[in-house]
Write a protein that binds this ligand. Structure first.
Ligand code: SF4
Length: 484
């Protein structure tokens, strides 16, 4: 008897079709991304869909970097999906399902452009996309899974009972499942894990592993598509609207994608004064800002990019321009910096970054991505991110100096240096946050909340201050109870 060719291992009419919503443009939640979106897309949609997807993929990368288990990854990513890329099941009648699926569709294709350019980017993008696909597929009800399988024309063949008779003794009954017969090169992951039966260059895969074949199929499809996109890309390079967006997107994997922190809205404390900065820096600032603060105190001065990085950060922490001028004037204590020199050479710049001079723009504080990707520093510069800019040796001793009294010790260094070696700088920073806030109840893997990684220095500082205020309130509450 000949092998049969089927779509999946269950016939279309049997399961799944009844769950399709005919009123939707995208009746299925899962997408194999084999057809690009063809309708008009605004530049804003193009960028938003890609950025939100990138936030999701960057968190998936962080999960890999932190060796999170499948269950932990699922738990953490569920929250991230809700926040950035919700994709409801077809049964959710009140949700904008088509809108969500369209955004998912557009985001995937935009990121293909951004990540097809180098082999390293392609590899990382595929790994994260396959995980996203797996997480979503695993979250599908069986009927939806089957409806998706049925919608695709996979050329998977089921081995006949006669074939299996020659391979398996005793023969499994129908209820014990059937076997797919595929060229072994189509399922190298299963071959490597010895989860198939090999014969004559063919791999016999139990139907229980159907999802694994699907994931591999998705990966192979994406690899081919990215190579094709890379070949088509030179034509796109002429588009001056899209290229800067794509360039920026491809940096997102290095340090996650931060939300914009451009003003003091949501700051835990809007009465920040110049006198409070010292204490805050030691208790709540991430290594980049802590380093700038230490250099400022040591040298009585900071060079231009250091002033810019630290000044905007402090602005977003809640320091008013009046207090900022007090802070910087006192901090610039080098003998040659007189009041006159300060007013002439520095005051304008500080007022400028508060939007009070020049273009009067409300400048955003720099994100981890902007700081990490800013490139090499010159001698005497103190801006940047210590996790990328310091040698391993200097980084370890700087971290111990900064955070030793908050619980960081030399036993944490191997784990941190491993992350740095693998270029997961913001993940190392997140781990430092967790360790130094364990007294406030932060556990390993929780990040700056709900498992999220650090993507912005102001996010780090705001969360740190929030935790300490929560702890203070709790302690006050307990005192009140004792007093009563
Ligand atoms: Fe600062 Fe971000 Fe580097 Fe942490 S990862 S030190 S917050 S730039």
């Amino acid at each position: 008897m000949q092998s049969r060719k089927e779509k999946g291992d269950i016939k279309p009419a049997a399961v799944g079709i009844h769950s399709l919503r005919t009123d939707l443009k995208y009746p299925l939640r899962m997408n194999f991304y084999d057809k690009p979106p063809t309708e008009d897309i605004t530049i804003e949609e193009f960028e938003t869909a890609a950025l939100d997807r990138l936030r999701v993929l960057a968190e998936i990368e962080s999960c890999f970097a932190r060796n999170r288990t499948w269950e932990d990854t699922r738990k953490i990513m569920d929250e991230i999906f809700i926040k950035h890329l919700p994709l409801d099941h077809s049964t959710a009648k009140t949700k904008p399902i088509d809108e969500q699926r369209r955004k998912d569709h557009i985001g995937h294709f935009v990121l293909r452009f951004a990540f097809c350019r180098t082999e390293d980017l392609r590899r990382r993008f595929i790994k994260a996309e396959v995980m996203l696909f797996r997480l979503r597929y695993a979250d599908e009800p069986a009927t939806e899974q089957q409806a998706f399988m049925n919608s695709k024309d996979f050329d998977w063949q089921l081995a006949t009972p006669e074939e299996m008779q020659g391979i398996l003794q005793p023969m499994p009954s129908e209820s014990q499942g059937r076997y797919y017969k595929l060229k072994w090169t189509r399922v190298p992951n299963l071959v490597e894990r010895r989860e198939v039966i090999m014969k004559g260059g063919m791999a016999y895969v139990h139907s229980a592993k159907q999802a694994e074949i699907l994931y591999r199929e998705f990966q192979t499809h994406l690899e081919k598509e990215l190579e094709a996109t890379a070949k088509a890309l030179p034509r796109l390079d002429e588009d001056t609207r899209l290229v800067p967006i794509l360039d920026n997107l491809s940096k997102g994997f290095q340090a996650g994608v931060a939300s914009q922190w451009s003003d003091v809205e949501g700051s835990p404390d809007d009465t920040l004064t110049a006198e409070m900065i010292d204490e805050m820096a030691y208790k709540h600032f991430p290594a980049c800002m802590r380093n700038l603060h230490m250099c400022l105190r040591r040298d009585g001065h900071l060079k231009h990019f250091g002033r810019l990085q630290y000044g905007l950060f402090l602005k977003v922490c809640g320091l008013s321009i009046e207090e900022a001028l007090v802070f910087w004037r006192k901090a610039f204590r080098r003998p040659d910096i007189t009041d006159d020199k300060f007013n002439k050479e520095y005051k304008y710049n500080f007022r400028h970054s508060y939007g009070l001079e020049g273009k009067r723009a409300n400048y955003a504080a720099k994100s981890c991505q902007q700081i990490i990707m800013a490139g090499a520093r010159s001698a005497g510069d103190s801006h940047g991110c210590p996790y990328i800019d310091f040698s391993m040796e200097n980084l370890q001793s700087a971290l111990l100096t900064m955070y030793g009294e908050y619980g960081l010790s030399s036993t944490d260094m191997p784990e941190l240096m491993e992350l740095v070696k693998k270029k997961h700088y913001h993940v190392a920073c997140t781990r430092v946050f967790e360790i130094t806030h364990s007294r406030q109840g932060v556990k390993k893997g929780e990040g700056v909340g709900a498992g999220e990684s650090v993507t912005h220095p102001n996010q780090y500082a705001a969360r740190s201050r929030e935790l300490s205020q929560e702890l203070k309130k709790k302690a006050e509450g307990e005192t009140d109870v004792v007093m009563q």
